[in-house]
Design a binder for this molecule. Structure first.
Ligand code: S1T
Ligand code: MG
Length: 561
């Protein structure tokens, strides 16, 4: 077999489900092998940002590996933003870029697509990936690929492979199984001991789950752990949508001053915050009413566990959760009370919120009348739709559509909640449908749709048929909330619904609650092509969560009177 085929087999073996990509002359030989070998299905899109977002969303949903294949220079530099976002949000995407071959690289000529030097691209990707390799030697290529894919899965971060076009067809050995770094059982035991001790000492422990719990496929295990520990479970902003299908649905999402006051208070006053796979970011903790003392927390993320003033290194989240479950499972199987009792040796008073998490109720029952639409109404209408037709997975862009998602019932959600790049929503929805086989609802603002919404034109050939809800306020409204005096936030009306048919879908523009309810109902029963519902919103009409978020930011950033 040749190097390209060995690479494709290794990707499929390690959990890739498809390859999103756009070829170029430096990548044509590789794309030829992808297409003709059929080892992994090829899904080409129209612009490399869409390729990156689709590959990212596919792996966020499925697990395993996401794969984005691009050409050298113009293609690869176009995908830098999605890859940077995948790095920030811990999404294991494998970027494969074509590259010039040996002879042309030594020609002494500057090559097309080349920037400063032929190695500049590799240098750029070294900054936004956790491991890299240039596959220019068939002897070392199998081991290099194994090393890089192992890093991708271990760290749940993107990696970069550069494949010169003259190496694609070179005979090559198979990629060996990925090396697994054994867990240090002593460190793990000591870490579990101290964690349980801290939970025992805490009067009001709270568990918060974040993105790594999904990235490492731990939702069921963590749900079980929360149940056995008997402590309240919430998600971080980025962790929204986690554990929806487990026996322990979260109480809700922590949003600080922008969220449910009772839940925020519980988190911020906890003397035993137990953070699993949470990114300590401004979007997750930036609008807290009071500074959270993380020294009293246990934070398990990035392959280590930090508590107090020290860190247990080399503790994989999966191993940590399994070891805790084993300890707790043993006790509970012996008929004792949850771990709080186990650790303290006596049964704790049943705390009111230690009951199984009762998820928050979500707004429903939108009245189908002539009332003008708001983001809040969109959330209600989608909740009503899901009550009638079952859950849809959600793909969200950045903008008020993301804040609206927090008023939508628990369901799978992919969104750039921390890195916060626009353009994610539509291609991510396509990646979500490709990976899940389920029809998604995509929520996207008009500004973000202007960036990557046109990828909908690729739906027909791949049979994707998302329901796309465009929040059209003819505005960069999120920016206007922070700087209302700026005229550059005014956008024109692009009439997206009219464009839908040209892209192979159907489109409808709605102004009232009745029109939205009807449009969603028609869309839900109309399969086989995407349906774009263009929701006309007044400028200044914000979702309840964004309104709280903006006033929280103002409160926290305004100089004291
Ligand atoms: N460019 C990219 C790629 N991502 C961004 N996040 C931004 C720029 C900055 C930015 C926002 S929110 C926003 C911009 C330009 C406006 C979004 O407009 P639209 O999609 O219409 O949504 P809405 O009207 O609901 O705001 C964040 C703060 O960085
Ligand atoms: Mg807008």
């Amino acid at each position: 077999m040749n190097l390209a085929e060995q690479l494709l087999h290794a990707l499929a073996r390690e959990g890739a489900g498809e390859i999103f990509g756009i070829p170029g002359d430096f990548a044509l030989p590789f794309f030829k092998v992808i297409e003709e070998s059929g080892i992994l299905p090829l899904r080409t899109l129209s612009h490399e940002p869409g390729v990156g977002f689709a590959a990212d969303a596919a792996v966020r949903y499925r697990g395993g590996l996401g794969v984005a294949a691009v050409t050298y220079g113009a293609g690869a530099f176009n995908i830098v933003n999605p890859v940077a976002g995948a790095y920030a949000e811990k999404s294991p995407v494998v970027v494969i870029s074509g590259a010039p071959g040996r002879r042309e690289s030594a020609s002494g000529l500057r090559l097309h697509h080349q920037t400063r030097t032929l190695g500049s691209q590799f240098t750029v990707f070294r900054e936004i990936t956790c491991d890299q390799a240039r596959l220019d030697d068939a002897q070392s290529a199998p081991a290099d690929i194994a090393r890089v894919l192992a890093s991708c899965k271990r760290e749940s971060r993107p990696v970069y492979l550069e494949l010169p076009r003259d190496m694609v067809d070179v005979p090559c050995e198979a990629v060996p199984p990925l090396a697994v770094v054994p867990d240090d059982q002593e460190v793990l035991a000591a870490c579990v001991d101290e964690t349980l001790e801290r939970l025992r000492a805490a009067r009001s422990p709270v568990m918060m789950v974040g993105v790594e719990v999904r990235r490492f496929g731990l939702e069921k295990a963590v749900g079980e752990l929360a149940r056995r520990l008997g402590i309240p479970l919430v998600t971080s902003m980025m962790g929204r949508g986690l554990l929806v299908d487990t026996s322990t649905p979260p109480l809700g999402t922590y949003l600080g001053l922008a969220g449910d006051p009772g839940l925020s208070d519980k988190v911020e006053r906890s003397d035993g915050l137990f953070l699993l796979g949470v990114i300590l970011s401004d979007t997750n903790f930036g609008v807290s009413a009071r500074a959270i003392d993380f020294r009293r927390a246990v934070l398990a993320a990035d392959g280590e566990v930090t508590m107090g003033y020290h860190t247990y290194s080399g503790v994989r989240l999966g191993a940590f959760v399994a070891a805790l479950l084993e300890r707790v499972a043993g006790a509970v199987d012996a008929g004792s009370a949850p771990v709080a009792a186990l650790a303290s040796g006596n049964a704790p008073d049943p705390q009111p919120d230690a009951q199984p998490n009762a998820p928050a109720a979500f707004p429903r029952g939108l009245v189908a009348d002539d009332t003008a639409l708001t983001p809040g109404a969109i959330a209600m209408a989608i909740n009503d739709l899901m009550a009638r037709h079952g859950k849809f997975p959600l793909a969200c862009d950045i903008g008020d559509c993301l804040f609206t998602a927090f008023d939508i019932d628990h369901t799978v959600l992919v969104a750039p909640g921390y890195y916060a790049t626009m353009g994610f929503g539509v291609p991510a929805g396509l990646g979500l449908q490709e990976a899940s086989g389920r029809r998604p609802i995509i929520m996207v603002g008009d500004g973000a749709f202007q960036m990557t919404g046109w990828e909908l034109g690729n739906c027909m050939r791949y049979g994707w048929d998302p329901i796309v809800v465009v929040f059209n306020n003819r505005s960069w409204e999120m920016l206007r909330t922070f700087q209302p005096e700026s005229k550059f936030n005014d956008l024109d009306d692009w009439h997206f619904a009219d464009a839908a048919r040209a892209l192979g879908g159907t489109g409808v523009r709605v102004h009232t609650q009745r029109e939205l309810v009807d449009a969603l109902e028609v869309a839900a029963v109309q399969r086989g092509r995407f349906v774009l519902i263009e929701v006309m919103l007044e400028r200044g009409a914000l979702s309840p969560t964004l309104a709280r978020f903006v006033s929280a930011v103002r409160r926290l950033t305004q100089p004291p009177a």
